[in-house]
Structure formats: structure tokens, C-alpha cells
Design a protein around this ligand. Structure first.
Ligand code: FDA
Length: 299
């Protein structure tokens, strides 16, 4: 199957015209405008789910671009508050200038944390590739000293993650746990899916045992089953964890999770950068291209 995934990513994707790609992307990206994302948030809220909105973009190449991204997040926080929606925001440090000016990036995210705090809202700092891991964790730890409405993400495919989580646990941490989507060298990341999954569960267990807040972000039903089993055994407070899924991925599992009564948050990306962002991600990660292709065939 890896071969098929590579063919989809390498040979088919580059010849798909943009209007066809838009039809595929519409399943995962509701639109280019904030209003498109908020319409989905409203619908999900009415069905009992909360959301997190992400302004698509990464690796800003100028400070202007980073500042525009922050302004868009500002608008999102204001609209969420004005419309009384249940959604926080998820942002990527490189979109806010991490690779241009680390301190400016920190300041921009700090301003968003402040704005979110005033509205009783929350900022999630997504985790990007391994060249960003340490800077992102450092920024998170620094922000967390002042703001308890900020969290970040850890990736169970990274060999370093279990150690990172042990260190972060001392400060009442708030982490989304995912497998990791970037393609990393073997010396940095596990390649064997059974190890990635065991590591995933070790991290969740560590978090739930030690009272951290865990955002359990996965569509892998085996992991979902294992986490539900762990919750049953540990009986953590409902205020200490939530499930998270990407908008448009496995709605059946989404509904099954909703029925358990546990908190469920859906990640909703939007923005004008949808084409560049989606194609870059798909080309980099043939496995992802394979998922999208298979999901399209199922329709
Ligand atoms: P797995 O990869 O085994 O997928 C399980 C099944 O889900 C697949 O068999 C497939 O059917 C389906 N599936 C998964 N992804 C799909 C997709 N995109 N399209 C169609 N079907 C799909 N990563 C990261 O590095 N940094 C981050 O900050 C985040 N943030 C994040 C937030 C949220 C809410 C989620 C759910 C995920 C992320 N991720 C992420 C992505 C994550 O690391 C991972 O790449 C994907 O979730 C896929 O991993 P699963 O755990 O779902 O398992």
C-alpha cells in the first residue's frame, strides 16, 4: 500500500487541477474565510461538539505575513466571543514567524494568549517538524508561567517525547497528544507503528495519572479503544481530558465517540492558503495522500 500512496502523492497529485483539488479539500477545509469555519463551529456546537479553528499557513517568510496571521487569529477570537461559540484556536509557530524572529513570534502568541484569557478562551500551539520542537516547547513553558489558557502538542512518533512529557508534567501541563504528521528521520522518530502506538498510550497514561490535561487526538480506533479502557480504569475527572479529531475524517468514529458522552473537539482549518498547504502536506507524506485517496473512493 505504501507504493500506492507514493504514486498518489508523487504522480497523481501534481496533475490534479486546482478546481478538482478544491472538491477534495472541501472535505477537510470548509472554506477560505473565517465565516466558513464559524458556520461549521456553530453546527458542531449544536450537535454537542466543541471546536478549535486553525488559520491555514506555515513558514511565514516575512514579519508582515506573521503579523497578518496574528491579526486573523485576533479576529477569530473576537468572533468566537461575539457569537458565543464553543471553540478555541490552534496556531503554528512558523506561521507566526518562528523561523524569522523567535522573540517576535513569542510576543505575537503572548498577545493572543492575553486576548484569549480576557474572553475566557484558550490557545493551542500546534507542533510542527522536529526542527521546531525545542523552540515550541520552550515558548510553551515560558508562556505557561503567565497563562494557564495555553497548551501545546506532543507527537508520539518522536523518540524524545516521553522525556519531554515527564519534564512538562511538573507544571500542571496541557497537551494534545498526536502521532505526528511530518516525515522525520529514523534517528529522531520511530517508524514502527506498533511502537508509535505504545508510546502514544504511555504518554496518555502518564498524563492521566499525573493530573495533566490530555487532548487525545487520533482517529485510530485501536487507540481510541485503549484510551476508553484506561479512562474506565483510572476514572479521571472529566475536566482533565477530551478527544480531538480533524474535521472531515471518519465521521462514524466521531459519532461513536460523541455517544460515549466524553468531550469531543473538532479541528477546523480554514484560509486562503488551503491549496499550497494541502499539497505540500500531501506530497511530503504519501501515507496522508493514501488516506485522502481511499476516503474519496469510499464516497
Ligand atoms: P492513523 O494515522 O493510524 O490513522 C487512523 C485512520 O484515520 C486511518 O487509517 C485513516 O482511515 C484515518 N485518517 C487519519 N488521518 C486522515 C486524514 N488526514 N484524511 C483521511 N483519513 C485519515 N500532527 C502534528 O504533527 N502536529 C499537530 O499539531 C497535530 N495536530 C492534530 C490535531 C488533531 C485534532 C488531530 C486529530 C491530529 C493532529 N495531528 C497533528 C495529526 C496527527 O499527528 C496524525 O498525523 C493524524 O491524526 C493521523 O494519525 P491517527 O492517530 O489518526 O492514526
Amino acid at each position: 500500500m505504501a507504493f500506492v500512496d507514493k504514486v498518489v502523492a508523487g504522480a497523481i497529485l501534481p496533475i490534479v487541477p486546482k478546481f478538482v483539488a478544491r472538491r477534495f479539500a472541501k472535505r477537510y477545509v470548509p472554506g477560505e474565510k473565517l465565516e466558513d469555519a464559524l458556520a461549521v463551529v456553530k453546527k458542531l456546537n449544536s450537535l454537542g461538539m466543541c471546536a478549535t479553528v486553525d488559520v491555514l499557513g506555515e513558514f511565514s517568510t516575512s514579519l508582515n505575513e506573521a503579523v497578518s496571521a496574528a491579526e486573523e487569529y485576533n479576529r477569530a477570537l473576537e468572533a468566537i466571543a461575539d457569537e458565543n461559540l464553543d471553540s478555541n484556536i490552534s496556531l503554528k509557530p512558523t506561521h507566526l514567524g518562528l523561523k524569522i524572529n523567535r522573540e517576535k513570534c513569542y510576543e505575537l502568541i503572548k498577545e493572543l494568549c492575553e486576548k484569549a484569557r480576557q474572553a475566557d478562551n484558550f490557545v493551542r500551539i500546534d507542533m510542527e517538524d522536529s526542527a521546531c520542537t525545542q523552540d515550541t516547547l520552550d515558548m510553551y513553558v515560558r508562556l505557561r508561567k503567565e497563562y494557564d489558557n495555553v497548551g501545546t502538542v506532543v507527537q508520539s512518533y518522536l523518540r524524545r517525547t516521553l522525556d519531554d512529557v515527564r519534564k512538562l508534567l511538573s507544571s500542571n501541563t496541557n497537551l494534545r497528544i498526536c502521532k505526528g504528521v511530518y516525515v522525520e528521520p529514523r534517528r529522531i522518530a520511530y517508524k514502527d507503528m506498533s511502537i508509535i502506538n505504545r508510546n502514544y498510550m504511555a504518554i496518555v497514561e502518564l498524563m492521566l495519572f499525573n493530573g495533566g490535561y490530555a487532548g487525545i487526538a487520533t482517529h485510530d480506533e485501536v487507540l481510541v479503544w485503549e484510551v476508553l479502557d484506561l479512562i474506565e480504569r483510572l476514572n479521571p475527572s472529566a475536566h482533565k481530558f477530551e478527544f480531538q479529531m480533524l474535521w472531515g475524517v471518519d465521521n462514524e468514529l466521531r459519532d461513536i465517540l460523541l455517544e460515549t458522552g466524553h468531550k469531543l473537539r473538532i479541528y477546523i482549518p480554514y484560509g486562503e492558503n488551503w491549496y499550497a498547504y494541502s499539497t505540500r502536506r500531501l506530497k511530503e507524506n504519501p501515507r496522508l495522500a493514501g488516506f485522502v485517496f481511499k476516503a474519496a473512493l469510499k464516497r
